[in-house]
Design a protein around this ligand. Structure first.
Ligand code: HEC
Length: 320
């Protein structure tokens, strides 16, 4: 046995099997159990110590029995030691137990009277490994039947439903901390009062200095007319506010200050000012923007206008 599974293999394998079992059975969340519960290092150390102690004990028993053997016994022992695995007594014993096969000499006992042109038939007993496996499947089937079909156990459908419920919760959790999912491709014009009001607050805090409270324009252009330097429509306006205007003009990129959803709100607010005709507006700059029309400034407005689908009132766009 020692020859096929020596101590230098036995100890590490048993040690790591123990470690693996510990990690598997101890619920320690995201961290390995040994990190979460440092006391486990002590347990591991004791386990390793026991493994070594066991090895030492076995080897002393071995040498003791060697001492007690006489010459003939020793020779016999050495002879079996050097046999290949399939000739080892322990291996033969196991195989015999699993197969109950008759040795060639005893085959006469199970020989049937059939003789097909010299081919003979043996009536061997079914090998126990097979028989027990078969009994096992019968027991399994009976338990399964009662558990799931008679008592109405936890079916695959229930399992799916539970997993979906858990997944839904996890998505909710994730959304709370996830980075803002609004982006230029997804942005739509918000028209509900709540979003417009939020947009207004953001506008009043950040934008009035240059665009005036009524959007009539001062340092920055008039935001209430149909003319746009950098393109109108929610996508272009979102783009302009996110990335800023042309270099040196004074309109900074707001993506470091405002979250994408806030930019969506303020852009929607800006667009809600369309046609509000404030007093003393700044003269129109840029081209007249027509929805789904040609881009007025091809260098500064990469986002093509698409037909907009306004969100239904009082229902903010769900962030996916
Ligand atoms: C420091 C002054 C300044 C502030 C503050 C400012 N802007 Fe501007 N904004 C400008 C200037 C200048 C331009 C013109 C940029 C250009 O010509 O490229 C501009 C352009 C724009 C445009 C594009 C107009 C067009 O005709 O294409 C939008 C939309 C806009 N700003 C919205 C905002 C919003 C929303 C805020 C607040 C979050 C804001 N701006 C804050 C100066 C400012």
């Amino acid at each position: 046995m020692n020859r096929f599974f020596p101590a230098w293999l036995r100890v590490p394998i048993l040690f790591f099997a123990g470690l693996g079992a510990m990690e598997y059975f101890i619920d320690s969340g995201d961290h390995p159990a040994v990190i979460k519960y440092p006391i486990l290092w002590v347990v591991l150390l004791i386990y390793l110590f026991v493994l070594f102690a066991f090895e030492i004990m076995m080897s002393s028993i071995h040498s003791l029995s060697w001492q007690m053997m006489d010459e003939a016994k020793r020779a016999e022992y050495l002879a079996t030691q050097n046999l290949p695995l399939s000739q080892q007594p322990f291996y033969k014993k196991i195989m015999q137990w699993l197969t109950k096969s008759k040795s060639i000499e005893a085959e006469g006992e199970v020989m049937l009277n059939h003789d097909y042109d010299g081919i003979k038939e043996l009536d061997n007993t079914l090998p126990p490994w097979w028989v027990y496996l078969f009994y096992g499947t019968i027991i399994f089937a009976a338990i399964y039947l009662v558990r799931f079909d008679v008592m109405g156990g936890y079916t695959q459908e229930d399992e799916l439903r539970d997993e979906l419920a858990v997944a839904k919760k996890e998505v909710e959790e994730w959304k709370k901390t996830a980075p803002d999912q609004m982006s230029e491709d997804k942005v739509t014009l918000l028209t509900d009062a709540e979003s417009i009001a939020k947009g207004k607050t953001i506008y009043e805090t950040n934008c009035v200095a240059c665009h005036r409270a009524d959007g009539g324009g001062q340092i920055g252009p008039n935001l209430t007319d149909e003319n746009w330097i950098l393109g109108g429509g929610i996508k272009n306006v979102f783009h302009t506010i996110t990335h800023g205007g042309r270099d040196g003009k004074g309109m900074i990129a707001w993506n470091t200050t405002l979250k994408p959803t806030q930019i969506q709100q303020v852009a929607s607010y800006v667009l809600s000012l369309q046609g509000s005709n404030p007093k003393e507006p700044k003269a129109a700059e840029g081209d007249i923007w027509k929805e789904a029309g040609a881009k007025p400034d091809s260098t500064a407005t990469p986002a093509p206008a698409t037909t907009e689908t306004p969100a239904p009132a009082d229902k903010p766009i769900a962030l996916k």
